[in-house]
Design a protein around this ligand. Structure first.
Ligand SMILES: NC(=O)c1ccc[n+]([C@@H]2O[C@H](COP(=O)([O-])OP(=O)(O)OC[C@H]3O[C@@H](n4cnc5c(N)ncnc54)[C@H](O)[C@@H]3O)[C@@H](O)[C@H]2O)c1
Ligand SMILES: N[C@@H](CCO)C(=O)O
Length: 809
């Protein structure tokens, strides 16, 4: 035999009740059915009771409303006027309300009688409709079988008497046996109700007492989910949970079942399925005694949106047991439900999490309880901290599993979610954290992605700079988008995009194929607005990418890193600012969980900085660096042969996207200086830009210019100088290279003519090369060589940094 419970929405309309009939029809088992009142009716009954008690005459018109609603339902389903029994229930309802109105008093006893009307009417209509549909149904009045004490409003069941009566009546059960949920009666026939979750409870009593084979809770969702689907788009249904897991999940927000109400079924070990009345083909969630030991660590992530923390603290509490007793007694006497408790082992404070709607009452009750101690400064005045939420990982497999809480707090920390309080029961089935309400959405999503491996991880990019390199980066993202989603479960979205003129934001991601036209129609760019919009979006796994050469944009990094948003950039300005600022940026990223990655600052996409970092972190020591670090300059001296003009080769390098936005930085040697500074710093040595000795190959006249055009004119005038440089080297069979060095603690940059035996001689195109001499690479240096400039390779280096961030938790 199966027990099926249908809630208010499942019997909330004519179509819903027809659907219930179809479900019942299709079952081959003997059924015990428990149904609630028609959706929304119990609330109306409560309202009518209150109106009558306050002496308002119009309570009668609300009774009429309830009557007409049910008459209509009856007529629609049964195509007839309701029978005598129907009107008898209505008459009793009217009589009792009139009594309340006359006395201006609603006793718990009369309230229960009034509230019982909803289930009595719904079951009457359903049973008559079922009969019409050819279903062999018997309607029972639960009040004759479920016997309780006289705690009206929340009556306690007399299981001995209830078992006796139900066992007896079950001997004569038909195929379908319908009981109204929620209602019961005392041994002397006073109507009572079973409190919150009452219909679930009635059904669970029937399932438990009658040893049902299975218990189904029919509702309007497909089952329990891994997280609240309104906040976590990727939340999915849970096929199977243990009782304990279901209780933990339900307690925290997943309001599919009310835990205490299914206790009688749990005690008998009866399996329960949550099913959707409106999608009966869906298998739903099966809840059993056992849990899946070989499945994920986490079964679900639940949350409560509105929480307040109330803390009792003060020096005089330490070692004095009575404080906690008084604290909890005061809360209990004020009828405040405590959701979470933490106490530091210093005993200096006790903190509880409560529903925000209770916070004022809690503060009042506690300040009254501890008035004397507060006045004597032994206890701090009690205040509530509002605008908080609870987030909880739930899963029986977490028990004895090392690293779960580590992973939880690591992911939250990296996303800038500050944790106000933590609680974990010794069952290790639930780890709860209290966080700011504004962070709830981000925290839920980031934990969901971290703990459910099958779930795609979303990465949110905020990019400034859509020039040469920026465009190439977005293009590569477009190309790789599907591959990354399919093979690496990464869903990379651009949320904010800007350049020196315009910007545009879309929290669900800017459509990549149309980004140029969308940005073109965007709003005016301002760095303040850009940051504000990025912070307000408060999205998980946010990465800021600066693809400009702007000092202003580089100046934004400290505040961005402080918000736990990582920064990726090919812009060399921040990493070559003062040494103190550089250290500050690196330290900040350690402190706030965000990272500052600038691999493309040196040799574009070549893995120079990551390799250097691996060497240093693994204990190697860098003694000497020799490198050719400018793609532009390699290209210039490779291309220039004394026939074409030097200035034309510079223009070609710019056109090919090798130069800095301002090519003078390449020609002056400033760009190479910056790169060697970064290499020295990343090797672990203090170095400033001014410390590097620069021997420029430009004639004096080219060092001062008003604009790039002015510079070109001056270079053109000095053509003979460049020709001489070239011919002098060429005559000796040598090639010109601008070499950066770090040797004996000293950095330098200068033009050298290298012969064919030199490792730099054969650098082609825009190649760069770096030689690291280290403790481990003594005789033969470690060599990294390859294209060191160009939009494509730089963009791919930025991409690699983004993936580095995306693939670490
Ligand atoms: N080209 C390469 O081979 C290469 C290699 C490594 C690193 N880089 C670095 O990449 C960065 C970008 O180079 P590019 O060639 O794409 O430059 P670009 O001039 O083509 O584009 C720069 C972009 O930044 C925007 N921008 C400039 N100043 C801004 C400001 N103050 N606020 C907002 N937006 C601003 C511009 O509107 C433009 O969209 C530079 O820092 C460069 O040093 C380039
Ligand atoms: N302008 C730079 C780009 C890489 O930083 C170069 O030519 O090397």
């Amino acid at each position: 035999m199966k027990v099926l419970k249908f809630g208010g929405t499942s019997v909330g309309s004519e179509e819903a009740i027809r659907q219930v009939a179809r479900i019942v029809h299709s079952s081959i088992d003997q059924l015990v059915l428990v149904t609630s009142a028609v959706g929304g009716v119990t609330d109306q009954l409560v309202h009518i009771g209150e109106l009558a008690a306050s002496g308002r005459k119009d309570y009668a018109s609300f009774i009429e409303g309830v009557k007409v609603q049910h008459e209509q339902l009856y007529y629609n389903l049964i195509e007839n006027k309701p029978d005598e029994q129907f009107y008898k229930i209505i008459e009793e309802f009217e009589d009792i309300c009139k009594g309340v109105w006359l006395l201006r008093e609603l006793t718990p006893r009369s309230a229960d009688y009034i509230y019982s009307t909803g289930e009595r009417l719904s079951t009457l209509i359903i049973s008559e409709f079922f009969r019409n549909e050819g279903i062999d149904v018997t309607l029972y009045d639960s009040r004759d079988y479920i016997i309780t004490d006289d705690h009206f409003g929340h009556a306690h069941v007399d299981f001995k008497e209830t078992t006796k009566r139900l066992k007896e009546v079950s001997k004569t059960f038909s195929k379908v046996n319908l009981f109204p949920g929620f209602i019961a009666s005392t041994a002397d026939n006073q109507t009572t109700t079973l409190g919150r979750g009452g219909s679930d409870y009635s059904a669970a009593i029937l399932a438990g007492v009658l040893d049902a084979d299975h218990f189904e809770v029919w509702t309007d969702v497909d089952g329990l989910m891994t997280a609240d689907p309104r906040m976590v788009k990727r939340a999915h249904f849970i096929e199977h949970v243990s009782y304990e897991e279901a209780l933990e999940l339900s307690h925290f927000g997943a309001k599919v079942i009310y835990p205490p109400s299914i206790q009688p079924a749990l005690e008998k070990g009866i399996s329960i399925t949550i099913k959707n009345t409106f999608n009966p083909e869906h298998p739903g969630t099966l809840i059993t005694k056992e849990w899946d030991q070989d499945k994920e660590l986490i079964r679900g992530i639940s949350s409560i949106k509105d929480i307040s923390l109330v803390t009792l603290s003060g020096n005089s509490m330490v070692g004095v047991p009575k404080f906690s007793y008084r604290f909890f007694r005061a809360l209990s006497e004020a009828h405040i439900n405590v959701i979470l408790i933490t106490q530091s082992s210093s005993e200096h404070s006790i903190t509880v999490g409560i529903d925000t709607k209770d916070s004022k009452a809690a503060v009042k009750a506690l300040n009254a309880e501890f008035e004397e101690q507060i006045e004597n400064h032994k206890i701090d005045p009690i205040q509530a901290e509002n605008n908080l939420s609870i987030i909880a990982l739930v899963g029986s497999n977490m028990k004895n599993q090392v690293g779960v809480s580590g992973q939880m707090f690591n992911v939250l920390g990296k996303n800038g979610v500050s944790i106000k309080a933590i609680a974990q029961g010794s069952s290790e089935r639930n780890i709860s954290a209290v966080i700011a309400k504004d962070d709830l959405n981000k925290a839920l999503n980031v934990l969901h992605e971290s703990f459910f491996l099958s779930v795609t991880k979303r990465i949110n990019l905020f990019i400034i700079g859509t020039g040469n390199v920026g465009k190439a980066f977005i293009q590569q993202l477009v190309q790789q988008f599907t591959y990354l989603k399919k093979h690496h479960q990464l869903n990379i979205k651009i949320i904010g995009l800007g350049n020196s003129r315009l910007m545009h934001f879309e929290n669900d991601g800017i459509p990549l194929s149309k980004w140029e036209s969308i940005l073109q129609a965007g709003e005016k760019y301002s760095s303040e607005q850009f940051l504000e919009k990025m912070y307000n979006a408060n999205l998980r796994n946010s990465i800021f990418i600066d693809i400009t050469a702007s000092e202003d944009v580089a100046g934004l990094y400290p505040q961005i890193l402080k918000k736990s948003i990582s920064v990726v950039t090919p812009n060399k300005i921040a990493a070559t600012g003062s040494y103190a600022d550089y250290l500050n940026l690196k330290g900040m990223s350690r402190r706030y969980g965000s990272r500052f990655l600038f691999e493309t600052n040196v040799c574009a996409g070549l893995p120079v900085l990551s390799t250097l970092s691996d060497l240093v972190r693994s204990g190697d020591q860098i003694h000497q660096i020799e490198a050719v670090l400018s793609g532009t300059l390699v290209f210039l001296f490779n291309e220039y042969n004394g026939k074409t003009k030097f200035v034309d080769v510079i223009k070609k390098a710019k056109q090919l996207g090798y130069t800095e936005p301002d090519p003078r930085l390449d020609l002056f040697g400033s760009d190479v200086k910056r790169k060697i500074v970064i290499l020295i710093r990343e090797s672990g040595y203090k170095c400033d830009y001014e410390d590097i000795q620069l021997n420029s190959f430009l004639p004096e006249s080219c060092l001062e210019s008003n604009s790039v055009e002015d510079f070109y004119t001056k270079v053109e005038k000095e053509e003979a100088h460049f020709k001489n440089l070239y011919e002098a080297a060429n005559k000796e069979g040598k090639r010109l290279k601008v070499v950066a060095k770090y040797k004996n603690g000293h950095g330098s940059v200068g033009l050298e003519a290298v012969d064919s035996a030199h490792p730099f001689y054969n650098l082609e195109g825009k190649d760069n090369i770096v030689l690291f001499y280290t403790n481990r690479y003594k005789e033969q240096p470690m060599v990294i060589k390859g294209a060191g400039a160009g939009a494509e390779v730089t963009a791919s280096g930025i991409f690699a940094d983004v993936l580095r961030l995306a693939q670490t938790d």
